[in-house]
Each structure stands twice: as structure tokens, then as C-alpha cells.
Design a protein around this ligand. Structure first.
Ligand code: ZN
Length: 253
């Protein structure tokens, strides 16, 4: 299984609109971050996790040409704002795109993107097929387990795909979800900034604590703010918890 980080930035991206924050970046391309998304490839199938506002640009630079399954963590715009750009994949694949997400996210998408759904469906708009809620799914020979976690008051999903667990936008993981994550070889977790604490995201020290508690071999942090410098931060982190960066590609056996 190959995992490519399509974006690793916080909700506003890095630098943010207007170019603010660029002065902090010191020329390292790893400090430029599109909104969070990941591309999982397995047996010539492509699974997309979240489809943010930069999805078109992310697909072009990474070479993503198919979306066979879409996993959505939650309904915030930085995670679903690129839904319209899935249209070419419907045309080319001549099929609807299956979606696994929370019931709340499905409801929000049906409201916000009303023109994609009956009876108001605009011809040529995206064809999505929301999958029924299940404890686990089997797609393309992969075991996919939704991981309910909390993003402030909001219940969102992370996803475990075989031994890879992806959890973004989180500041609390219930015990029963921790049990589902344990045994993963690789985990992705949000680490917004060093401090202060945030009401809806783990800080970097909190993410390190969770990584240690769960005993995952390697944890990659995402959803970093403009104040997190890639190389300086990684030097201060243990080797089993490091910042991911856009276009990083890893293999998970
Ligand atoms: Zn969010």
C-alpha cells in the first residue's frame, strides 16, 4: 500500500491567502502546505481521503488520475471544498464514486451541494454514492475501519486501512477508538502547533503523547499551522513522530 500526502496544512493552508506567513517559511518547500488530504494506492486502485479546496492542484502535481473510493473525515470546507472537481473522474470512470463518511457529513454535503442530488440534480454534477454505516468495510482487498474521534464537540471519522490509521482534525480519541488503532504500523495525526492548546486540535506535544500511548511504529503529523517550521520542528521531535509534508510518499506493508 502506497500513501501520498496530498496536503498537510491547517484549514487556511500555508502560507495563508494574501501571502501572510510567507516570511516565516525560509525557502523550504516543505513549509508550503495545501489543505489536508491523502491518496492511498493499492492493487491499482485509488482511495482518496478528503477532497479540499486544492484538490485539482493536488491531483495535477501528484499524478492522481483515478478515484475509486472517497473517505471523508468531516464536513469542514478544508476537507470537502473540492468535491466539484471530482466531475472528471465520473466522466472518465463512467461510474459514481462511493463515499464513506459520518451521517452528519453526508447530511451537510446534501445540503451544501444540493445541486448534486435528486430532485434538483444539475446535469453533469458529481455522482456520489454514500455507503451505509458499518463497523468495517472491505474494498479492493483492504479492511477499512472508521475511527470515531472528536474535533471539539464534533464527532468526525479517522480511518484505519489495514495497518495504516489516518486521523486528522482531532483533540480527543475515545478509549474504544484507541483499541481500534492499536497494532497499526503507521499513524497520521494532526499536530496544529506547539502551543497554546486549541479547542479542536491536538497540539504537537499532545500528538506525541498519543503516539507514545498507542505504541504505533511511526507517526506522521499533519494539519500544521504557519508557525510550524518543518526542519526545526523535526529536529526537536523523536524519530518515531515526525512532520509529514506535501508530496511525501510512504509504503505501508
Ligand atoms: Zn475541521
Amino acid at each position: 500500500m502506497q500513501v501520498t500526502f496530498l496536503g498537510t496544512g491547517t484549514s487556511m493552508g500555508v502560507p495563508i491567502a494574501g501571502g501572510y506567513g510567507r516570511e516565516l517559511m525560509k525557502g523550504d518547500p516543505r513549509d508550503e502546505r495545501y489543505r489536508c488530504s491523502a491518496w492511498v494506492q493499492h492493487n491499482n486502485k485509488s482511495i482518496l481521503i478528503d477532497v479540499g479546496p486544492e484538490f485539482r492542484l493536488q491531483s495535477l502535481r501528484s499524478g492522481l488520475t483515478e478515484v475509486d473510493l472517497l473517505l471523508l473525515t468531516h464536513q469542514h470546507t478544508d476537507h470537502i471544498g473540492g468535491l466539484d472537481d471530482l466531475r472528471p473522474f465520473n466522466y472518465i470512470q463512467k461510474s459514481e464514486i462511493p463515499v464513506i463518511t459520518t451521517p452528519e457529513c453526508e447530511k451537510s454535503i446534501r445540503r451544501r451541494f444540493y445541486y448534486m442530488f435528486e430532485p434538483e440534480k444539475t446535469p453533469g454534477s458529481v455522482d456520489l454514492s454514500f455507503q451505509p454505516q458499518k463497523e468495517s468495510y472491505n474494498w479492493f482487498g483492504l479492511n477499512i475501519v472508521p475511527l470515531p474521534v472528536y474535533h471539539g464537540e464534533m464527532k468526525v471519522y479517522g480511518f484505519r486501512i489495514n495497518d495504516f490509521s489516518y486521523i486528522t482534525d482531532v483533540n480527543y480519541i475515545p478509549e474504544e477508538t484507541k483499541e481500534k488503532i492499536k497494532g497499526s504500523k503507521v499513524m497520521v495525526l494532526s499536530g496544529l502547533r506547539w502551543d497554546p492548546k486549541h479547542p479542536t486540535h491536538y497540539t504537537i506535544p499532545e500528538a506525541v503523547e498519543i503516539a507514545d500511548e498507542l505504541g504505533v511504529d511511526q507517526t506522521w503529523l499533519v494539519h500544521m499551522s504557519v508557525y510550524v517550521n518543518h526542519s526545526e520542528t523535526n529536529k526537536q521531535l523523536p524519530s518515531h513522530v515526525q512532520l509529514a509534508y506535501d508530496q511525501l510518499s510512504i509504503t505501508v506493508d
